[in-house]
Design a protein around this ligand. Sequence first.
Ligand SMILES: O=C(CO)COP(=O)(O)O
Length: 131
Amino acid sequence: MALPKKKTIALIAHDGKKAEMISFVKDNIEFFKKFELVATSTTGKLVAQTGLKVKRYLSGPVGGDAQITALVATEKCHAVIFMRDPLGMHPHEPDIYSLLRICDVHDVPLATNLSSAQLIVKGLAKNLLKE
Ligand SMILES: O=C(CO)COP(=O)(O)O
């Protein structure tokens, strides 16, 4: 019998939050091994250094957030952990907003800070993701 297909989680972190993201990923590495991971380019490069397999898209400012948005819109990404830096300026703010909006449109779990990311991990570990 075929194993159920793994769900996909997107990992994205702004520069000011990358260290936080990597330490979060390391703290939950056994959890993340159970999922397909996608990420924006630089975040994905750092996540891959933990030994996890991750499919990397473009960097955020050149379209990576937009690519992840398209995955969410087409039901190919089931949760988004996006460590945003609320104090930084981002040239691609419209793309960031679009990702947040499309998560809401499709009712896809979205964490934009560490505490909510931890709750998403706890929820997914208990298989609380809706089908
Ligand atoms: O800019 C980003 C999210 O908006 C993240 O892109 P990188 O992971 O390539 O730094």
